[in-house]
Design a protein around this ligand. Sequence first.
Ligand SMILES: Nc1ncnc2c1ncn2[C@@H]1O[C@H](COP(=O)(O)OP(=O)(O)OP(=O)(O)O)[C@@H](O)[C@H]1O
Length: 436
Amino acid sequence: MYPDWPESDADLVPLPQCDGPKLKPFNFQGPQKIEFLEYLGQGLHAHAFKVKILGQIYALKLFRFLDDEDWKCPENETEITRDNYNDDRVYLNHNREAMKAFYNYAEPFSCECRAFGRLQEAGHEELAIKCFGYVLLDEAHEQTIMTQFSDLRIEFTGNCEYSGDEYLRSRFLSKDGRVPPIRGIVKELGLKDADETLQAPLARKILRDIKKLQQLGIMRVDIATRQVMDGKIIDFSMAVTTPHFLTNPELNPHLTPEMVSAVELEAFKSCLHDYVDFHIMISDWNLENKGKKRKVSVFPFPKEDSEDRGWVIEHGLRSKTASTRLYTFVDPRKYDWKACPASAEASEKEKTKRRRSGRILKRGIHENREAGSSKVRRRLSSKPSMWYYDCDGPLAQHMVSSPFYPPLRWEYKDGLMFPLIDDEHTYPAYGNSISN
Ligand SMILES: Nc1ncnc2c1ncn2[C@@H]1O[C@H](COP(=O)(O)OP(=O)(O)OP(=O)(O)O)[C@@H](O)[C@H]1O
């Protein structure tokens, strides 16, 4: 499931290996050589270090091997009975293929590779801290961390609250029987987070950036002041980037109409999530800094005093009295991911062909001549069309009281991902989605 130890540079392919954007490896220009300077901190999924590589300072985020509860894994109950569920071999054999499919889209390392890969292929790296590629840490460097930071007792399994069992790393062994390498992403080093620097202009910029990211098909940015450094978003470990099983039902032609509706609602919720997180970030910051600093009054939805109703228009539909219209600001599914070659490895030949045929101009893509950044830049609208979701009273009520629960659960069958439609997920009636 996890990337294997590379035998040569040829094994360092862009990741993840599935439909959609990919991230290239960091170019060490020779053998891997990293100087660890400082421990920066940890989150749920990873540790971050200040490092020096080839004379340059970077932040290196190193990912943990997580428990299944900490990312969107498939449910396995359908084929594994209660009697054999605890038998590791049964669990593993069933689980390996399914886990791999979900891993590529939804495990935090893949989420970051996909989001940064999209920013690079779309020519919009300015929307986040700059990313310089992924790293598979060699054994000598892992040993260096353990020795140099031994007082911190750094663990790479589990999460920051519950350090996991070594089993989490060893259950998907490499071809040669070793535990897989620690995965990392090299980023620009951030200096100050938004806890210190938040003011109305920065808040407005973050909100604008969220809308631009969503136009690029990136959502669930998990926005918070600690996630914004030097005015830029640093963390995409929970991001959903199109094409994704959560947003693109066309990836599975065997979904029933009810499943398609469930996926559509889930995509709408994911999109809404970013604005609700933003609202919470501003409210919390105002509360924590009460009396000390000027209040920040930048809110995505008009009712700033309301925590949970701003995205509902109750009387917007004259013809349908029992109906309610929910809304969010961008429909990320509109990003035409097929128009960008589905990898950072797009061949120059293909681009030249598209340039000649005029397709690049027709799609609003123009050249970005900045050295080291991507070759094409996707044009973003300053007024993207809104995403409306018309639904009946009970569903709207549910969306007001607990918009994100229960999250949709998934299973893997015959090489495809299916949402599990159970009693919890059978809403009185799914709504209709309109973007304009
Ligand atoms: N580019 C960076 N520059 C400076 N510090 C960083 C950088 N990236 C991460 N950090 C530090 O490391 C911490 C953990 O990083 P990050 O938030 O990316 O990890 P995570 O496990 O994905 O977090 P979360 O639990 O919020 O999803 C951050 O809170 C920050 O203090």
